[in-house]
Design a protein around this ligand. Structure first.
Ligand SMILES: C[S@@+](CC[C@H](N)C(=O)[O-])C[C@H]1O[C@@H](n2cnc3c(N)ncnc32)[C@H](O)[C@@H]1O
Length: 243
């Protein structure tokens, strides 16, 4: 897989455009569901595997809460995660094929699952989650978009500043072929550093599936499935590995 610029040469802007504090609500939502289902003893620290952990911004919200392993395809993103959360373990790994030979209480895949481009890849990521869960363990993931909710040619932009760097981001989402399972997310980054402007374009190929595919792939991997909504109103999927 060719990783986008945002996860390679421009990984350094990730903490500027998507800081760890932005993951607070999402982190509490995952934690609330994990605790509701697993009901840990007081002071018991559950183990969590985060697939597609990126810069570790979600993880930053779990210090002193979980014992955490993060895995990602991008070494520059893992370097950011390691620097931010030196107490956690970070490993290079593909969520479609990783096998650590260890079992965790919980597995999450957050805003990286949309890099699964077809049903086979989605199923492979879910199989990885299942393979790393103890019986009774819980897997959480969500769809940033589903075929039912998709809005063609939607755009938005925002700007963020940190010290001497200002980054403006324009994002457009477009589906050139409504009959397949992929969409294009195109980004333009304007980076102003010490008065100098550089402009970069980046294209992320992402998967888009109907709700039924998510549920079928989760059940196909062996999970008992519950679904609800995440904090942004997107579908949240909870898979429990049967005892
Ligand atoms: C939006 S970022 C995740 C950010 C992360 N939630 C955080 O807290 O910083 C998406 C990540 O998915 C990773 N990714 C994409 N495909 C992957 C795969 N097949 N296996 C593992 N990671 C993958 C990218 O390298 C990127 O770091």
């Amino acid at each position: 897989m060719n990783l986008p610029l945002l996860y390679t040469d421009l990984a350094w802007i990730w903490p500027i455009i998507s800081p760890p504090s932005e993951y607070r609500r999402e982190a509490s939502m995952f934690r609330r569901e994990i605790v509701r289902i697993l009901q840990p003893r007081p002071k018991q620290r559950l183990s969590l595997l985060h697939l597609g952990c990126g810069g570790g911004h979600l993880d930053w919200n779990y210090k002193k809460i979980f014992t955490l392993t993060g895995a990602d395809l991008s070494q520059p993103m893992l370097d950011l995660a390691h620097r931010l959360n030196p107490e956690f373990e970070y490993l290079l790994g593909d969520m479609r094929s990783l096998r650590l030979g260890r079992l965790y209480d919980a597995v999450v895949i957050a805003d990286s699952i949309d890099y699964m481009l077809d049903e086979a890849e989605l199923a492979a990521a879910f199989a990885t989650a299942y393979a790393h869960l103890r019986p009774g363990g819980v897997f959480l993931t969500y769809a940033e978009d589903t075929r039912e909710r998709f809005e063609q040619n939607a755009s938005h932009c925002f700007s963020e500043k940190q010290e001497n760097v200002e980054v403006s981001v324009f994002q457009n989402v477009f589906d050139p072929d409504l009959t397949d399972t992929t969409i294009e997310k195109t980004f333009v980054y304007l980076i102003r550093q010490d008065g100098e402007l550089s402009i970069h374009t980046d294209q992320h190929l992402c998967g888009l599936f109907p709700n039924s595919t998510w549920v079928e792939c989760l059940e196909g991997a062996g999970f008992r499935v519950q679904s609800s909504e995440n904090t942004y109103g997107d579908p949240l999927y909870i898979g429990i590995r049967p005892e």
